[in-house]
Design a protein around this ligand. Structure first.
Ligand SMILES: *Cc1c(COP(=O)(O)O)cnc(C)c1O
Length: 614
């Protein structure tokens, strides 16, 4: 089983000798890197960044647009900006700006702190684009950026923002930032993130407002600063047709405004939305187009419109965020427990005289073989139902009930084992009932918020044992105390994992394509914070190097972030230990010492009863 790696990994990751390897440099196995890091004491979940994948995505994007422009002899230039809201973490942004130096690649900001990041880290000469709602202070920051020498465009979302720009221009003087107008399209996006486009969208100027903006710019003698029109129809655009529709609309608006006298207008900014294939199952895809198709359509359409309306072909800007960032990060979660691992034969507590159904279960377990496994499995599940009802009615006791659970789980395990080499379709109808629950040392709310909030799937697979057939239909449970912290077994998109004995070996699951949005939107539900992160870089010889390790926050820092006075927390704990009459004096300093160690450690789990570590 390859967990659909060919569908989602773009060959960035491959399977070799049963392990997932990074298809770069000397092609190390991820699990070896994980074990390396853990041996240095970093336990719990890990977020691992691969800057070479940021570079690959930027290269791919630029190459594809440049190829399409060549093919159609397009006269405009291609530029890109990375929208910071997708990932603002320094160990992502700083490598991105270093890697992209050879390109006209900059940053997009939608808030004041993002703008400050852009002003600090954008390579001079590369574009900065400012979107979103702005006050006078934010617009003034844009002017300051222009005066620093940045190529900055402020795209306005409403007429009032233009008024403020004209006001600030008088106060600050030149050089002015470029002005962009965000247009309100009548076409809208598609899918769960579609709300950014359409007549009722939150953003952009209507046609009447565009005309008004032109008049205002002319009157203020600032029409020459109007350079760009901008639109954004939403994220993860699953089909190409809404993008084409939006482009036709935007292209014609560009041409019309140019003809109305905006002769410095030279750019169309497509916003983001370029989709990522997250699917790991054949036949269930998240997008219906390739990058080549996308770039070819964009270039061709804009060329046709420019030709028809006899205006110059505009420079093309894109704000693809998800496309650039998603693949660069993975989350590795150690499995802490298999739910049924406690159901061991030695836990059975059979009596001299058992209820007949239990004797029957025991018999089924003993004589089960490959040929009768499915039938016996069905029988045992029926028996369990009956026995649980008998318990509710008071006819059998807790020992009987415990024997029932243990026997049924033993039967499931034996059946799965017997059927291991048969086609999995043999047990397809009962997968749901015989699923194994895997408890993972991570938080879905922190590390996969879009799964919790939007049902977005992320490819997941074990990092090793890939040369062994996985036999257990699996659901995944995180360590939050929230029943939503679960990725349940889905017969449409089944996940099969290995039956592992965690006392003898570690088992790591890895979620891929988590580099876009998940980190910044992750929430501290139950106070589980951003996991320990690290960067894997490759040198010229192809050897990897681990850099920028940032351990998950320790407990006192977490409370500090919540605005607890941590000195007060420490004082209270200490006082209670010192004054407690339940602690004998020899123990007092020992207990205090232990407590201080715990306070300096991170929130994820270290050990769990019955498991080797974590
Ligand atoms: C969110 C956003 C983007 C990025 O969208 P992706 O789907 O991540 O490519 C680009 N531009 C604007 C204006 C946005 O709001």
């Amino acid at each position: 089983m390859d967990y659909g790696i060919k569908i989602w990994s773009k060959n960035y990751f491959k399977i070799k000798d049963g392990k997932v390897i990074i298809n770069h440099g000397k092609k190390p196995a991820i699990v070896d890197i994980v074990k390396d890091v853990r041996s240095e004491g970093y336990k719990g979940p890990l977020l691992i960044r691969f800057p070479h994948l940021i570079k690959n995505q930027i290269d791919t994007l630029f190459e594809s647009f440049e190829k399409s422009m060549k093919e159609y002899s397009y006269n405009g230039k291609f530029n890109g900006v990375f929208p910071l809201k997708v990932n603002q973490f320094p160990n992502f942004v700083i490598p991105l700006t270093e890697i992209s130096q050879g390109y006209n690649y900059g940053l997009e900001a939608g808030s004041k702190p993002e703008l400050i990041i852009a002003m600090s880290y954008t390579n001079l000469g590369s574009p900065i684009i400012v979107n979103g709602f702005k006050d006078k202070e934010m617009i003034t920051l844009g002017f300051i950026a222009a005066q620093m020498g940045h190529d900055i465009t402020i795209t306005i979302e409403g007429i009032n923002e233009l008024e403020t720009i004209l006001e600030v221009a008088k106060e600050m003087g030149s050089p002015y930032p470029n002005i962009g107008l965000r247009i309100r399209l009548h076409s809208s996006g598609i899918g769960i993130w579609a709300k950014s486009g359409g007549i009722n969208s939150k953003f952009g100027l209507t046609s009447a407002e565009l005309v008004e903006a032109m008049t205002m710019l002319k009157q203020a003698d600032m029409l020459e600063n109007f350079k760009m029109i901008h639109f954004h129809i939403g994220s993860q655009i699953s089909e190409i047709s809404p993008m084409k529709k939006a482009l036709r609309e935007a292209g014609n608006i560009y041409a019309e405004l140019y003809k109305m006298g905006a002769t410095n207008l030279n750019s169309v900014d497509l916003g983001g939305g370029l989709a990522v294939e997250y699917s790991q199952h054949k036949g269930i895809y998240e997008k219906n187009y390739t990058l080549e198709e996308f770039t070819s359509d964009v270039v061709y359409l804009l060329k046709m419109i420019a030709q028809n309306k006899k205006v110059p072909e505009p420079d093309i800007y894109i704000e693809a965020g998800r496309f650039i960032a998603a693949s660069h990060a993975i989350v590795v979660a150690p499995v802490l427990e298999l739910f049924s691992q406690e159901y061991d034969q030695k836990e059975l507590n059979l009596k001299e005289k058992n209820p007949p159904l239990i004797d029957e279960l025991y018999e089924l377990y003993k004589i089960m073989n490959e040929n009768n496994a499915i039938e016996f499995l069905h029988d045992s599940l029926d028996h369990m139902e009956s026995l649980l009802t008998l318990f509710d009615l008071g006819y059998i006791d807790l020992i009987d009930r415990s024997n029932t659970e243990i026997l049924v789980h033993l039967i499931i395990k034996k059946a799965v084992d017997l059927l291991r080499n048969k086609d999995l379709t043999d047990i397809i109808n009962i997968q749901n009932m015989i699923q194994e629950r895997y408890l993972l040392n991570f938080s879905i709310f922190q590390s996969l918020p879009d799964y919790w909030g939007l049902g977005q799937n992320f490819p997941v697979m074990p990092l090793e044992k890939l040369d062994e057939k996985p036999t257990r239909s699996a659901s995944l449970w995180d360590i939050t105390c929230d029943s939503d912290g679960e990725i349940s077994f889905d017969t449409q998109k089944p996940l099969f994992l290995h039956d592992v004995n965690l006392i003898e070996e570690d088992y790591f699951l890895c979620f891929f394509l988590v580099g876009a949005y998940q980190e910044t939107m992750g929430m501290q539900h139950n106070l589980f914070t951003h996991p320990t992160e690290l960067t894997v870089d490759f040198d010229e010889e192809g050897n990897y190097e681990i850099k920028n390790i940032i351990e998950a926050q320790n407990i006192l820092d977490i409370l500090d972030d919540m605005d607890y006075d941590i000195k007060d927390v420490e004082r209270r704990l200490k006082q209670k230990i010192e004054e407690s009459k339940k602690i004998n004096d020899d123990m007092r300093s020992y207990i205090l010492g232990k407590l201080y160690v715990f306070l300096s450690e991170n929130c994820y789990l270290k050990t769990i009863a019955g498991c080797k570590n974590d």
